[in-house]
Design a protein around this ligand. Structure first.
Ligand code: ATP
Length: 512
């Protein structure tokens, strides 16, 4: 897939009421988006799939819903006040601001691209006899570029590790990276920029308190560890799940809902005995990839990216990457965070945060495995994988969203052939019996062909057409989105045909 397809997906999302730019009539607010009438249904279904997979399928996982505002010291304890930064650099000519690390990453990606082009060209030239590994190991131009890449990458990784801002700038200078707008190399120093939004709470005489909009939902779980453990009489191992908004003042906000300033996360913290964390890390990796793959987009769309460079508190970390139209990108992070968070909250709050393990007959600070997925990134991956343009036999193109039926916003389109002769009433009757089971949509405008196309475009897996025969024998024509096949079925069989296929329960059964 290409950037071109990506553009089409973005405009499709707008045209069919999935995603709108925030504040559009005021020319928009950058990197903030609203979900429309179709988008909210799809988003809710994604959240339900995640939530149920956590709290229904695992007896020892419970949910919470903590507030967005929290005591500001929490962000000291978590490290966000001091270390949740991006390195920024400005170009003095264009007056534009960039993330220094992204400039370097883009530069590295360009070298990779050069190498790959070289390899592709050779593959074409040599045909079947081409040995890619050998070529990469011996071709002088490839070797030269690879050596350059490795050298810059090593310097870059070290600079990031050491938080060496001067070195980051030096790499940009040495690699002769130019501003894409001004084309110049007139760069400022690199500065750290904190990604948290802050605001003020209260208006007391001695001043209001500075509070932050949470940059992740996880801390709400950590600070409620004891509350949930005690009131729920939870025994280790157990997990706490939460879905909620998070806010980050992202500098490079691009790629639609991939990187937003206000977004939603689905996070689960799983508390385990110290020493058992790597075993649980492996288990959760497996559980989470199964959840993704059960949607049926094809296993080759996913890969793990294990972190080489670990955060100081982590002892294992991986990303689940999904093949977006712009390449494989992180959708979910799975981290083994040791006892860093609970210990840190114990230190800053002065409250003992430990668990008494009756089997071991001792108290300890639990270790944590975290699974953290962005709802919006998941939404983007689902839409991207479902979007298809098909050339039909008559030469026309149809745009269809092949959404997994359990996630589709509308499950059934109900279409009276014409707007009279009692057909609309019959159609409404069908909706009135089925509306308790799943979402139906009535549509009587335009030709049947056009109405089918509209339902295809929003991913509705089933449509039924009500015609004059329906009034006589209580049958309708059902049409399947993916095959476009049609057949005549009895109205009282509809529920049996559709309900099973669109049910979240059956999707969950494939992973439970
Ligand atoms: P990235 O490296 O892409 O900035 P991250 O590693 O900072 O992401 P985490 O802090 O691990 O992300 O957050 C967990 C998940 O939250 C991510 O996998 C992603 O799905 C989602 N997420 C993080 N930042 C954003 C954002 N700005 N917009 C949308 N989703 C986000």
């Amino acid at each position: 897939m290409s950037e071109d397809v990506f553009k089409k997906i973005v405009s499709h999302c707008k045209e069919y009421g999935f995603v709108f730019q925030s504040s559009e009539i005021y020319d928009g607010l950058s990197a903030v988006y609203d979900y429309g009438q179709m988008g909210v249904e799809l988003k809710n279904n994604i959240k339900k799939y995640w939530w149920d997979s956590m709290v229904l399928l695992h007896e020892n996982v419970v949910g919470i819903d903590s507030a967005i505002f929290m005591h500001p010291t929490i962000w000291k304890a978590s490290g966000h006040v001091d270390a949740f930064n991006d390195p920024l650099i400005d170009n003095k000519d264009s007056k534009k601001r960039y993330r220094a690390d992204v400039l370097i990453e883009d530069y590295l990606a360009k070298i990779d691209e050069k190498i790959n082009k070289e390899v592709e060209k050779a593959a074409k030239r040599f045909g079947d006899s081409f040995d890619e590994t050998m070529y990469r190991q011996t071709n002088p131009r490839v070797l030269e570029n690879q050596a350059k890449r490795d050298e810059v990458h090593a310097r870059f990784a070290k600079a990031l590790n050491d938080s060496n801002l001067e070195e980051l700038r030096q790499i940009i200078i040495d690699c002769e990276i130019v501003d894409p707008i001004s084309g110049t190399r007139n760069w400022t120093e690199v500065r750290q920029f904190n990604l948290m939004f802050s605001t003020e709470m209260g208006s007391t005489a001695d001043g209001a308190m500075k509070v932050y909009l949470r940059p992740e939902t996880a801390q709400g779980i950590f600070v409620n560890f004891l509350n949930v453990q005690k009131t729920g009489r939870m025994k280790i191992p157990f997990g706490i799940a939460q879905i909620g908004k998070a806010f980050r003042n992202e500098i490079v906000a691009r790629q639609f809902i991939f990187r937003m300033r206000e977004f939603e996360q689905m996070e689960m913290q799983f508390f385990v005995r110290p020493g058992e964390e790597l075993e649980w890390f492996a288990k959760w990796k497996e559980t989470r990839i199964k959840w993704h793959k059960a949607l049926g987009f094809g296993d080759n769309k996913y890969r793990f990216h294990d972190h080489e460079k670990l955060a100081h508190y982590a002892n294992a970390a991986t990303d689940v990457e999904f093949e977006m139209p712009f390449g494989f990108k992180e959708v979910e992070g799975i981290h083994s965070r040791t006892d860093f968070d609970l210990s840190s909250h114990e230190k800053y709050s002065g409250k003992k945060i430990q668990y008494f393990d009756p089997e071991l007959n001792k108290s300890y600070t639990p270790y944590v495995i975290e699974t953290s997925i962005g709802v919006d990134r998941m939404f983007l991956s689902v839409i991207s994988a479902s979007y298809a343009e098909e050339v039909l036999e008559d030469g026309e193109t149809r745009v269809v969203l092949r959404l997994p039926a359990a996630l589709a916003p509308i499950k059934l389109g109900v279409l009276p052939l014409i707007k009279k002769d009692g057909l609309p009433e019959k159609a409404r009757e069908i909706i009135d019996t089925l509306k308790f089971d799943f979402k139906c949509q009535y549509d009587e405008k335009d030709s049947i062909g056009k109405r089918y196309r509209r339902q295809d475009a929003i991913g509705t897996p089933y449509c039924v057409t009500v015609d004059h025969q329906s009034l006589e024998d209580n049958t309708v024509t059902i049409r399947y989105r993916d095959t476009m096949e049609q057949e005549r079925v009895a109205i009282d069989k509809l529920s049996a045909i559709i309900a099973d296929k669109v049910s979240m329960k059956n999707l969950l059964k494939t992973i439970g």
